[in-house]
Design a binder for this molecule. Structure first.
Ligand code: GLA
Length: 376
């Protein structure tokens, strides 16, 4: 009886805390860039107490606090404590919006409507993540919004014709929403005044045990894909799609990230671990499950849903212990993983891949959801 009363009191308290947590979006100053542009930090909170902090510098998700099975909150994304660090140290693109083209374009060249465009070569002999100053390094215009009951922030950016070598004045809008279903939803739209190519994504490094809390090798991951995109040694697709069955790339059933990552496999060697695009089952353009990760000590689950044809699963292979994160811990190799929903790499040079051409007059639309829950 006593126990029952205690449980009842606890439940009552929990429901009050749930009600007490308001759905809010607030803005605070976050500093200035070296050229004097003002940067802000937007805090989104849902009614279950989940909290996302996003800055309009690079559209970076600075922190994301979600509960474990005991309602203990932890920040599950890697990152830094201040703007200065993001301005000077964010080579791994932590938490950032990536554009115009997420992933690689071979030799930084592509031809569209008979014109050859030359982009920055910033990754070996290839172009990576939009170039020298991609969308991860520009100041977006931010605005707090409420879509229904969910707090959101809308980020807009005009990328001028010729920026980083890409054609067309491109108007981009990205909305981050923290829903009451415990989802961080990202809606991307864009229009151009000249035909161009576009492949937008989000580059958070997740660690569901909490950032700074060890490596991610014990996370159980499943990826809803029967095929992946094999690459050459420079991580440029060969053009074929390969069946995952019988390879270390088969994540149809939940498997520990570390279970096969060091196997003697050519593709794993090329990627220095997992750093590949999986071809998500189902119809591109429709919302479907891309992947899921589960961390047993916390019970946290993250499910990724998207309208994109692919997801780049990157296991933080290039983190090398030179960066110190938010909780003062050094980010060693494989202490975070990314699910970058996107089109396949080098699509502008691969006629058989789903197109990344955005024509004048068309509207680019893409949605990705990171949904959090727990297993008891
Ligand atoms: C992507 C690339 C990786 C690496 C990371 C950031 O995932 O595919 O090779 O560049 O971004 O370091």
């Amino acid at each position: 009886m006593k126990l029952q009363r205690k449980i009842f009191a606890l439940l009552l308290l929990m429901s009050f805390t749930a009600v007490a947590a308001a759905q809010t979006v607030t803005r605070q100053d976050y500093g200035k860039t070296s050229t004097g542009e003002y940067v802000y930090l937007y805090t989104l909170q849902n009614s279950h107490g989940l909290e996302a902090k996003i800055t309009n510098y690079g559209g970076i998700l600075v922190s994301l606090k979600v509960p474990d099975r005991n309602r203990k909150f932890a920040d599950v994304v890697l990152g830094f404590n201040d703007l200065e660090s993001y301005l000077t140290k964010n080579d791994p693109y932590m938490g950032a919006l990536i554009g115009r083209y997420g992933n690689r374009i071979a030799k930084g060249r592509f031809t569209l409507n008979g014109v050859e465009y030359k982009l920055a070569v910033n990754n070996g002999e290839n172009h990576l993540h939009g170039g020298i100053k991609g969308f991860d390094k520009v100041v977006w215009t931010g605005r707090e919004i409420k879509t229904g009951t969910s707090p959101a922030v809308a980020l807009t950016y005009l990328s001028k014709d010729g920026e980083e070598g890409y054609p067309g004045n491109l108007n981009v809008r990205v909305v981050y929403t923290l829903t009451d279903e415990n989802e961080l939803k990202i809606d991307y739209t864009a229009t151009t005044d000249k035909d161009t190519v576009l492949n937008l994504t989000h580059h958070s490094y997740f660690n569901l045990a909490g950032e700074g809390n060890g490596d991610i090798l014990n996370h159980l991951v499943s990826i809803n894909a029967n095929q992946f995109v094999p690459t050459d040694a420079g991580s440029i697709p060969t053009g074929e799609l390969k069946n995952v069955a019988g390879t270390p790339f088969d994540f149809i059933n939940p498997t520990a990230i570390g279970a096969r990552i060091n196997q003697d496999d050519e593709q794993l060697k090329f990627g220095n671990g997992y750093d590949h695009t999986w071809v998500i089952n189902g119809k591109p353009g429709t919302m479907r499950v891309a992947a899921e990760a589960y961390e047993a000590t916390s019970g946290r689950i993250m499910r990724v849903l998207t309208t994109e044809p692919g997801v780049q699963f990157y296991t933080g292979n290039f983190l090398n212990g030179t960066l110190t994160g938010k909780s003062g811990t050094v980010y060693a190799r494989r202490t975070g993983f990314c699910f970058e929903t996107q089109h396949y790499p080098d699509s502008p040079n691969q006629p058989s891949f789903p197109t990344t051409t955005l024509k004048k007059g068309q509207t680019y639309k893409s949605t990705t959801i990171y949904r959090f829950s727990v297993k008891r």
